[in-house]
Design a protein around this ligand. Structure first.
Ligand code: NAI
Ligand code: 13P
Length: 333
């Protein structure tokens, strides 16, 4: 079997390494020629996954037709804000009738589209039945090191999810299928915003009680929005919901939690992002979440405060007081 991955950052490279267990050839596309050369000669992605061996079956290239040639499964692993532009470039060589699996966790700022909505918007109709989404608790570094990882693969067409599941099944990587592309995607995108909130609380040394409250009420927020958009509430207690939320709000490897911690310590967003070479999707998604909350009339108080701290210079302590002193409510409403 041949597969391809578009996007040679941390997660694209890690997933290419997983696919290499069952595929004799995995084409990995990225923009950086020097990085592609280094992956092919040293079998390491020193920029994003230093020190971790990458299978020689992974062949990196900056040429999209070469990466996609003969591919029976395509993973889309560019950051969400770059996906539209990258897909326009890939379209002329994009194979037909093969699963197209997006792994980006974000909601487009301008359109408020999830990644599958974005793909449906920018790809011809014949590709639509093959779109799938992979999400769940899966730090790239651990995946690449072949540490046990379990995720959800959702697709409207069961056959597509099953094909992805089979291609990715290894001794250390397991997936569950789902048809709830809506719930899975809101879980993946919104947990990044809540992870920024959890990081802010940790940066302010607010303690374990605060972090547990953010995770729990954050899940309530995510579920409310996902259900409003047609998702199944049970999905949000699964791997792509609670699983990924807990990982990202507590795991030291999380870039979103890191952004939050630095915000909590009083640094500006611009300064924090300037020091990072990797993407923290929750930053852009905080804006989409705020806009979406207003558009569809769903309350997302934690996301709103993250937006205000990140983009409007609101003090993190003032945001906490505001959250704590909101109108008293019933937990289940
Ligand atoms: N790293 C992780 O642990 C996980 C990441 N994800 C998701 O995967 C997606 C990708 O994340 P990472 O690989 O971690 O990001 P990264 O920051 O490690 O790498 C991003 C890659 O995208 C490339 N890129 C950025 N803008 C581009 C553009 N305009 N055109 C083409 N390429 C562009 C960069 O050159 C880089 O190769 C994100 O949506 C993230 O939320 C999902 C699960 C786990
Ligand atoms: O989505 C992730 C793990 O599932 C990665 O989270 P961060 O982007 O916060 O590092």
């Amino acid at each position: 079997m041949r597969a391809s991955v578009i996007g040679s950052g941390s997660f694209g490279t890690a997933l290419a390494n997983v696919l290499a267990v069952n595929c004799e050839h995995v084409g990995l596309w990225g923009r950086d020629a020097a990085l592609a050369e280094a992956i092919n000669t040293r079998h390491e992605n020193a920029t994003y996954l230093p020190g971790i061996p990458i299978s020689p079956r992974v062949r990196a290239t900056t040429h999209l037709p070469e990466a996609l040639e003969g591919s029976e499964l395509v993973v889309l692993a560019a950051p969400s804000h770059a996906t539209r532009q990258v897909m326009a470039q890939a379209l002329p060589s994009l194979p037909r009738h093969v699963p197209l699996v997006t792994v980006a966790k974000g909601i487009e700022n301008e359109t408020l589209f999830t990644m599958t909505e974005l793909l449906e918007d920018c790809l011809p109709e014949e590709y639509h039945p093959y779109i799938a989404v992979l999400s769940g608790p899966s730090f790239a570094k651990e995946l690449a090191q072949r540490m046990p990882t379990v995720v959800t693969i959702a697709a409207p067409w069961d056959k597509v999810a099953l094909r992805c599941q089979k291609a990715l099944q290894t001794e250390t990587f397991r997936s569950y299928t789902s048809s709830d592309v809506v719930g899975v995607q809101y879980g993946g995108a919104l947990k990044n915003v809540i992870a920024i909130a959890a990081g802010i609380a940790d940066g302010l040394s607010m303690g374990h009680n605060a972090r547990a409250a953010i995770i729990t009420r954050g899940l309530a927020e995510i579920t409310r929005l996902a259900v409003r958009k047609g998702g199944n509430p049970l999905t949000l207690s699964g791997l792509s919901g609670m699983g990924d939320l807990v990982l990202t709000c507590t795991g030291e490897l999380s870039r979103n939690r890191h952004v939050g911690m630095e915000l909590g310590r009083g640094r500006s967003l611009q300064e924090i992002l300037g020091d990072m070479k990797q993407v923290a999707e929750g930053v852009k998604t905080a804006r989409s979440a705020r806009d979406l909350a207003r558009k569809v009339g769903v309350e997302l108080p934690i996301c709103e405060q993250v937006y205000a701290i990140a983009y409007e210079g609101k003090s993190a302590r003032a945001a906490v007081v505001e959250l704590m002193t909101r109108q008293p409510k019933n937990e289940l409403v």
